[in-house]
Design a protein around this ligand. Structure first.
Ligand SMILES: NC(=O)c1ccc[n+]([C@@H]2O[C@H](COP(=O)([O-])OP(=O)(O)OC[C@H]3O[C@@H](n4cnc5c(N)ncnc54)[C@H](OP(=O)(O)O)[C@@H]3O)[C@@H](O)[C@H]2O)c1
Length: 264
């Protein structure tokens, strides 16, 4: 909402429309009559999805179908936010957009099934897969690390999951361009470069001038209910064919830290 200018943009919260409610979704879409709908809403608690699969599929897959059906009814285009977790993480080179999905978690399955259903229902929709989002004003990895680092001499962070941290502001700019360029199909939209969570945490602590030691640990040592892909770097090749380039995650982190400082 902050990034978009020059167009009329309506922001809808879960209170305005629960995407599981097809009738309500159609009502709000008919009222707004948008040219584009950006669907970012989802049940994003990856571990919660393991214990609440019904809620996860109802929101992430069926809710997305409800929004796509409403978009179709009013002739709106759709950008659907999807995830690197649709892949199994067994590769060691970046995933291209056309590679086979093989999600390992309930959350990943909900997103993979949503993608398939949306492409059937609305072949010209745009699916923007992203990863490891962070941004000001909400709970995110850098914010958690900084809060913990302020009170602890050492932090343990997993060093066997590799991905691309992505600044919400940069993703928002990419989404706006996708709409302006009438993009269709699957695109990967992440900040450039990759790292492990440990390397990301080290950079956050170092860039903030904190003395906290960051120690690498394995995913096994920090067991979580949902499995995470060991490698989920997404290739920007398709995004580049659309003339869209995203900055490096190092640059994005620097801007995030400046913005966080300004807002504190
Ligand atoms: N975070 C990541 O690292 C990441 C990575 C890859 C892809 N993505 C995707 O990017 C998108 C944004 O992620 P995020 O991390 O910014 O999400 P988030 O902070 O968890 O926000 C999700 C939003 O969806 C709303 N929502 C949840 N269930 C809903 C429902 N049934 N009806 C209507 N609204 C509902 C929530 O509203 P309430 O707060 O009111 O419940 C919340 O405002 C999601 O589609 C996510 O799957 C995220």
């Amino acid at each position: 909402m902050r990034e978009w200018s020059g167009d009329t943009v309506t922001g809808l919260t879960s209170h305005a429309a629960d995407i599981r409610d097809a009738k309500r979704v159609l009502e709000v879409v008919q009222e707004a009559r948008p040219e584009w709908i950006v669907l970012a809403a989802a049940y994003t608690d990856v571990d919660g999805c393991e214990s609440k699969p019904e809620l996860a599929f109802a929101a992430n897959r069926d809710g997305a179908v409800n929004v796509a059906a409403a978009a179709k009814q009013v002739g709106a285009r759709l950008v659907f936010l999807s995830s690197d977790y649709v892949f199994d993480g067994k590769k060691t080179t970046p995933y291209e957009t056309g590679e086979a999905r093989n999600p390992q978690s309930v959350y990943g399955r909900t997103k993979a099934e949503a993608e398939i259903r949306l492409l059937e229902l609305m072949p010209d929709c745009c699916i923007a897969r992203t990863s490891w989002l962070f941004g000001v004003g909400g709970k995110c990895f850098p914010d958690t690390i900084l809060k913990l680092a302020a009170s602890r001499p050492a932090l343990d962070v997993v060093n066997d999951q590799r991905g691309s941290p992505t600044y919400a502001e940069d993703l928002a700019r990419a989404i706006i361009q996708l709409c302006r360029k009438n993009a269709t199909g699957i695109v990967h939209a992440t900040n450039a470069g990759d790292c492990t969570w440990f390397e990301f945490a080290e950079e956050i602590v170092k860039s903030s001038g904190l003395a906290t030691t960051v120690r690498p640990v394995s995913s096994q040592q920090m067991a979580r209910p949902a499995p995470r892909p060991a490698y989920s770097v997404l290739s920007p090749a398709r995004l580049r064919t659309l003339g869209i380039e995203m900055p490096s995650w190092h640059d994005a982190l620097r801007r995030y830290l400046e913005q966080r400082q300004r807002m504190s």
